[in-house]
Design a protein around this ligand. Structure first.
Ligand SMILES: [Zn+2]
Length: 126
């Protein structure tokens, strides 16, 4: 694309790829293409953030549910979370006070690994 532009000095619309006539600093052939291009770009970003937010909230809901149904704050098998659709790669923040105390949070609910197969779920108090 760069080579073509250099050789011919022709510009092509970023949206529809048609040749642009007129001013050389134009990036789009018309305002329709300009707004379509920017809307698509923004739309993708918005969808991406929406997906991540959905997963974070889902994780929080799973942690909250398991936390509420676990007696005496016992560690639970990590599979309990995964079976509900928990996504370990999505979290909001981490808290590490020592090697053994490494908490991973989804908003106000977090967990730490206990051994290799269990997690202890905690609720952050604000
Ligand atoms: Zn166009």
């Amino acid at each position: 694309m760069l080579i073509i532009l250099k050789m011919s000095a022709e510009k092509f619309c970023l949206c529809c790829s048609k040749k642009i006539a007129g001013r050389t600093d134009k990036k789009f052939c018309n305002s329709y293409c300009r707004s379509t291009y920017h809307n698509d770009l923004l739309g993708d970003k918005t969808n991406y953030m929406r997906q991540i937010n959905y997963l974070l909230q889902k994780n929080r809901r799973i942690l909250a549910t398991v936390f509420a149904t676990t007696e005496n704050r016992k560690a639970v098998p990590v599979n309990v979370l995964y079976l509900k659709g928990f996504s370990a790669m999505h979290f909001t923040h981490q808290l590490k006070t020592s090697k053994e105390n490494h908490y991973i949070y989804c908003y106000d609910y977090g967990y730490k690994m206990v051994g290799k197969s269990h997690v202890l779920i905690v609720q952050e108090r604000n």
